[in-house]
Design a protein around this ligand. Structure first.
Ligand code: GNR
Ligand code: NI
Length: 169
């Protein structure tokens, strides 16, 4: 049964851990991915990285469809920025940083590689929101957060607010 997992809130130091590569493609990996999908849908997110639920392995789930019926799973994802890219600005949010939305500029052309639950390898040149979202999620696996791209003033402000709001919760 898919479980609803607790999402860590910034500035929880566990969000800064670097995730390990997945080497075992077993039933427990599939169960975790399904629990992450449930957690993502319940939180109305479009993506979720394992780091966000305190599991430090290179696993990401995503659903970019309006109907919320196109679940995707990315294991050990990596990307290369293509030479002829531009920077694309998009207003991002993060389930670990409630109430914080900021425009972030990221490369708009990447070559993405990942594995599926069977360990099979895939490569694609994604377009649009997938390009933004997968970079946001891979940042989580590397212990990086949206707040790292904004001014120290904005970062300190949201940090204080969330420390107060989520005290002892
Ligand atoms: O739900 C989410 N929305 C979103 C919007 C713009 C860019 C990235 C995202 S990902 C975010 C869910 C989340 O925090 N994933 O890590
Ligand atoms: Ni996020």
């Amino acid at each position: 049964m898919a479980k609803n997992l607790k999402i860590l809130i910034f500035p929880d130091p566990r969000l800064r851990k670097v995730a390990e590569k997945v080497t075992k493609f077993d039933k427990s990996l599939e169960n975790l991915a399904n629990s992450m999908l449930k957690t993502m849908y319940d939180a109305n997110g479009i993506g979720l990285a394992a780091t966000q639920i305190d599991q430090h392995i290179r696993l990401i789930v995503m659903d970019l469809s309006e109907e919320r019926n196109e679940p995707r799973i990315f294991i050990n994802p990596t990307y290369k920025v293509l030479e002829d890219h531009s920077l694309y600005e998009y207003e991002e949010g993060c389930l670990c940083i409630p109430g914080f939305n900021e425009v972030i500029a990221r490369p708009d052309k990447i070559e993405l590689r990942w594995q599926d639950l069977d360990g099979n390898e895939h490569v694609d040149r994604p377009e649009g929101l997938l390009t933004v979202c997968i970079q946001h999620e891979i940042d989580h696996l590397d212990g990086k957060l949206m707040v790292d791209y904004v001014s120290a003033l904005k970062r300190d402000r949201v940090r204080s607010r969330l420390l107060k709001e989520y005290k002892r919760k």
